[in-house]
Design a protein around this ligand. Structure first.
Ligand code: NAP
Ligand code: HSE
Length: 431
């Protein structure tokens, strides 16, 4: 930028100066002239709220630190950037900011997945903006494309990897045979994990993101409580290796899709063929496929976690909101006009890999196959490994109602020829 742009000054209050907040503060400072040129206003940091004022910090302006997050959020800044995480205090902070007439930018998916509708209503009431691109898939522009670029289309499915921590853990378990605890510690050290990493490994972080994405894609109010969640804590190195032996990788997928009678939103470990594009999404990268009637399939890929990539998405929202404040407008609010029923996992249409320890004698395969048939689940392939006491049947199904597959599994567990249902995982992308 050749010249210092002149113009109005917008005050930015930063609530949270940790992994993401410290990078937002740095980029606001280092790119001040360019951000001013793009926004039409200089963005001036008015304060930074942290929990512990005594901590040694690099890159944050110490004279602007406060430990009173709600007071900073109520101080009349033009834009409050909430990067503290958690739900209760963050909710108080964002409500205070909106009621004061400040626009809000947040990366807090847990907050939006739980209180999004209320916060959007408050923003509308006070004539201010509420943006949260960074809440889903880190640096990847996804929410803006869903709400703007694809607003003229009809989305039928959103499927992808939206949690960097678990993708990092599964990548290293698969490629190095690394132990879960060791790689989780590395993901924490790299700044990918939530303050409480059980939100990542338990699938709840991905579920919050899935709720947000589903709401925007299907113009329906969806909260985290509507999402079926299974995390990766029960996945072992052996499970990942066994999937690898069959030509698959294990990914934690978030899937929001149309099903007969409504939509279904789910997060669970999934086997994906090694040849599928999602299989090559490694470490903390995220990737999301959106299927829309007119557009067909659109893929988004990029860094899903980490301070600097996430700060990019936060600053994109800050510039958008700043432009609106300069022009005296606000962006579009939440659209929930479709009110699609959000159905339970039983209505999802899925395929499975089932690993059965069975008796090795004539007629067993036919009995097993008949249980699948009784529940209208079609078998795509069967392989036997071992013999005698070691006999294992590996069954791959075609796509069927999840409830029918679960009923089949319940019957298999009761069957006199099945000694154990030793493995069970949903499959995507193998059709
Ligand atoms: P973090 O490193 O734990 O930082 C949180 C910051 O908030 C810290 O500066 C902390 O103060 C401050 N804070 C917490 N509670 C506070 C309170 N009651 N009053 C005042 N300040 C308080 O978290 P983060 O990784 O930056 O994540 C922040 C948000 O971004 C979360 O909502 C997270 O889900 C979201 N996000 C993170 C990533 C990522 O890759 N890290 C990506 C996308 C979205 P201290 O410094 O004193 O502890
Ligand atoms: N903990 C989150 C993740 C941060 O690992 O994806 C990005 O939202």
């Amino acid at each position: 930028v050749a010249q210092q742009p002149q113009g109005p000054v917008l005050k930015v209050a930063l609530v949270g100066g940790g992994t993401v907040g410290s990078q937002v503060a740095r980029l606001l400072r280092e790119n001040a002239d360019e951000l001013a040129a793009r926004s039409g206003a200089r963005l001036e940091l008015a304060g930074v709220a942290v929990r512990d004022a005594g901590k040694t910090r690099v890159g944050l302006p110490l004279d602007l630190l406060t430990t009173d997050a709600v007071a900073l959020a109520s101080s009349g800044a033009d834009i409050v950037v909430e990067l503290m995480g958690g739900v209760e205090v963050a909710h108080e902070v964002v409500v205070a900011a909106l009621r004061t007439g400040s626009s809000v930018v947040t990366a807090n998916k847990a907050l939006i997945a739980q209180h999004g509708a209320e916060l959007h209503a408050l923003a509308r009431e006070h004539g201010v903006d509420l943006y949260y691109e960074a809440a889903v898939a880190g640096a990847i522009p996804l929410l803006q494309p869903l709400t703007s670029s694809l607003a003229g289309d009809r989305i039928t499915r959103v499927l992808g990897i939206v949690n960097g921590t678990t993708n990092y853990i599964l990548t290293r378990m698969g490629e190095e045979g690394a132990a879960f605890d060791e790689v989780l510690a590395d993901a924490q050290a790299l700044g990918y994990a939530e303050a409480d990493p059980t939100a990542d490994v338990g699938g709840h972080d991905a579920a919050a993101k899935a709720a947000i994405v589903a709401g925007l894609a299907f113009h329906t109010a969806v909260t985290a409580a509507d999402v079926h969640v299974e995390g990766i804590t029960s996945i072992s190195v052996d499970d990942v290796a066994a999937a690898g032996d069959m030509g698959f990788v294990v990914k934690l997928l978030a899937i929001a899709e149309e099903v007969p009678g409504g939509i279904c939103v789910r997060v669970h470990p999934t086997m994906v063929p090694r040849t599928h594009p999602l299989a090559s999404v490694r470490e903390a990268f995220n990737a999301v496929f959106v299927t829309a009637e007119a557009a067909g399939e659109v893929m988004f890929y990029g860094r899903g976690a980490g301070g600097t990539p996430t700060a990019s998405a936060v600053l994109g929202d800050v510039v958008t909101v700043a432009r609106h404040r300069v022009s005296g407008v606000v962006g579009p609010t939440l659209s929930t006009h479709a009110e699609r029923p959000v159905l339970p996992i039983g209505e999802a249409i899925t395929a499975y890999y089932v690993n059965l320890h069975v008796d090795d004698r004539p007629g067993v395969l036919a009995m097993v196959a008949s249980l699948f048939a009784e529940h209208s689940v079609s078998i795509a392939g069967v392989r036997q490994e071992g013999s005698g006491d070691e006999a294992t049947l590996i069954v791959r199904t075609h796509r069927a109602r999840d409830a029918d597959l679960q009923a089949t599994i319940a019957d298999l567990r009761e069957s006199p020829v099945v000694r154990a249902v030793a493995g069970l995982m949903r499959v995507e992308g193998a059709d």
